[in-house]
Design a binder for this molecule. Structure first.
Ligand code: AMO
Length: 430
């Protein structure tokens, strides 16, 4: 029976492995093949004088990156990877790879990100790339577990919708029979409606679509959002949930992804410590004013340069709190004693924003007023406003970008590295 390559040890005796031909070295009387699967690499050693005709013929014909099945005897040998080699009795080609290949899997020839993404199936054969997606998988596992263990209901809301969630123009229109519809920017309105349904604590992990014409290293046009909404909670409570979740997720990755972190050459993977500092927006602006050249004033969005400058000052994860009401969405709750600021927050990593959230307006009339103030038409939000007329509890929540979480966790230079098949302004295939 086939064994994962990592599990083959000098004491295994005989073994069958199936993998890709990673490297070939022919030294005349001896030929070495490195075989790779997602667990590791093993050396197959062919002593030409001793090998069967069939083994020799297959070994001669095979090309790099073909899939082969090898059975044989395992022997201890110091110089080979993992301290063992496989001496084949059979060597069978299951699927021959064409050559030359569009991408060099062993990275002797470096490739730029576009070339790599064009041949993602080859790129992802690289242990370093596999490791990124194994870490992403472990992180998502930890996040799902956290919610399930803390009483959250896992919901799925529609991605085809009739109205913008966040306002603005960043919508992808689609043809929906004889009507216009859009791909949803956020589950915001739906997760809030489930508070009126009495679900109390919900989470959703799903795609969000943003028609932003940004071509940056941190924006995608299709991203994965980790969303929560909690009834009878305020912004303080959901910030505590968020920092707790971040710590839990980092800890799970540290404990369960030792090999992957080693593959990624991350020697000092640090689990952040909660509570994260709460930095009022006004103070964040003051820090940016001292540190960056571009003019920035109270009431402005925090630019990428400002984010980095403030992040360098803070040194770790932190929250920006107490935002001007004017620059936050209509659903953020203004402070009762000073409605010019609101109970909204952003979770920041020193490199960038990871999450936005707020205590929400749960009063129908105030919500209508805020929607109008943003220049939006309450008529197009009727389905969303109705639940607020029949008993809507106070509630709060946030949305956390999965790709940015993985990008910052693994110190990747581009958010596209954390997505298998990124969608951006220029990329629709594969
Ligand atoms: P916001 O629009 O700030 O808030 O999005 C929340 C988080 O989602 C991620 N994100 C993105 N990641 C990559 N590319 C994008 N284009 C992109 N857009 C968003 C970010 C961001 O911090 N409804 C609110 C959340 C809430 O209040 O509950 C919302 O969508 O990491």
């Amino acid at each position: 029976m086939r064994r994962p390559i990592q599990s083959v040890t000098p004491t295994t005796g005989t073994a069958e492995v199936i993998g890709w031909v990673h490297e070939v070295r022919d030294l005349g009387g001896l030929a070495f093949f490195l075989l790779r699967d997602r667990t590791g690499i093993i050396q197959v050693t062919i002593v030409k004088k001793k090998a069967s005709e069939a083994v020799l013929a297959a070994a001669k014909a095979v090309s790099r990156e073909s899939v082969v099945r090898v059975t044989g005897t395992v022997k201890a040998i110091d110089k080979a990877p993992g301290g063992r080699e496989l001496v084949p009795e059979t060597f069978e080609i299951l699927s021959m790879s064409e050559s030359p290949m569009p991408l060099d899997v062993v990275e002797k020839v470096p490739a730029d990100l576009d070339t790599r993404l064009d041949s993602r199936f080859l790129d992802a054969r690289r242990p370093r790339v596999t490791a990124v997606f194994q870490v992403r998988s472990a992180a998502m596992h930890a996040i799902n577990n956290y919610f399930e263990n803390n009483g959250f209901i896992n919901i799925t809301t529609p991605k085809i919708v009739a109205a913008a969630t966040e306002g603005g123009t960043e919508l992808f229109p689609i043809a929906y029979f004889d009507r216009e519809a859009f791909l949803n920017q956020s589950p915001q309105l739906y997760k809030q409606m489930m508070m009126a349904a009495g679900f109390e604590k919900v989470f959703e992990i799903g795609p969000i679509f943003r028609a932003e014409e940004h071509n940056t290293t941190k924006h995608l046009n299709e991203a994965t959002s980790i969303d929560i909404e909690v009834s009878f909670a305020d912004h303080h409570e959901v910030m505590r949930i968020l920092e707790d979740l971040i710590v839990h997720t980092y800890r799970h990755v540290k404990d369960s992804c030792t090999d992957q972190l080693a593959n990624l050459e991350i020697a000092d993977f640090e689990v952040p410590r909660a509570p994260f500092p709460r930095l009022p927006y006004a103070e964040a602006i003051a820090i940016a004013q001292k540190k960056i050249e571009d003019p920035i004033k109270y009431g402005d969005d925090i630019s990428s340069a400002a984010e980095r400058a403030i992040g360098a000052d803070m040194g770790g994860h932190y929250f920006i709190v107490d935002w001007p009401t004017e620059i936050r969405p209509y659903y953020a709750m203004p402070y009762e004693n000073d409605p010019s600021i609101c109970k909204a927050f952003d979770l920041m990593h020193p490199r960038m924003e990871l999450s936005s959230g707020a205590a929400r307006v749960h009063q129908h009339d105030l919500l209508v007023q805020q929607i109008k103030k943003k220049g939006l038409n309450p008529g197009s939000f009727e389905f969303y406003l109705r639940p607020f007329r029949y008993g809507m509890p106070p509630h709060a929540g946030w949305g956390l970008g999965a790709e940015r979480l993985v990008m910052t966790m693994l110190n990747l230079s581009n958010v596209r590295e954390a997505v298998l098949f990124p969608r951006d302004m220029h990329r629709l295939v594969p």
